[in-house]
Design a protein. Sequence first.
Length: 252
Amino acid sequence: MKFEANRPVKTTQKTFEIIEHLSRTDRIRLSKIADQLDISKGIVHNHLSTLRELGYVRKIGEEYQLTPKLLSTGFQSRSRSRLFNAARVPLNDTADSLHTGIILSEQAVSDSIVTDVKSLPETLDISIGTTFPLRESLSGLVIAAAGSRDIPNNMATEYNQAELIESISEKGYAIGAITPAISINCVAVPIVDEQEYCYDSVAILLSSDISEQERQQIIEEAVQLRTRIEDRLDSGWESTRSFATEKHSWIS
């Protein structure tokens, strides 16, 4: 269920509406923003002026664009993330071992946002910051299924809802297309902490030309990767610790 603030601050909503609108273009005139968002020019000007003062927006001629400051803020947040730091080494090791692509995604309300990628083919247009609605990506639906053990009816798209929930519940993973529009298959696993909170999901690509033995190996590695990341979270692992001191209960 989408979170709703008890007393939403309308000005904050307007600011981020403008920021998100700016993110979908390179440069845009104030009047066009006002028209497209149905906001008065005066209000748009006030928001843009404040964002310019804070360094998040710049004006070039009569057009406005975002600066890289938001990018810097996002990467700083990611670098301090307990989850990102717990997953970083295991993701690298698994990508090197399997020689296939890996996608780390994290939930942000009703979206699934890519926070790290490893060894993706150049033809796959997915990078850090790529955002999918939860219901429009296998990784997002895996997060939803693991977090609530149910997926609202309006979240089910071209994926089989019943099979997805059953697979996550019984096997701990799901297999399917990355998104309905991206037909490349992957095996996706949720990342759940000791309080049963589903942080995010990891998807490992399954190439169409691999053997059944290779496919099973990738599935097994995906499950081990999930255990390894969850062990690092639950053991209180910190990024400053050496890999040699990491909890290794995931090794059989």
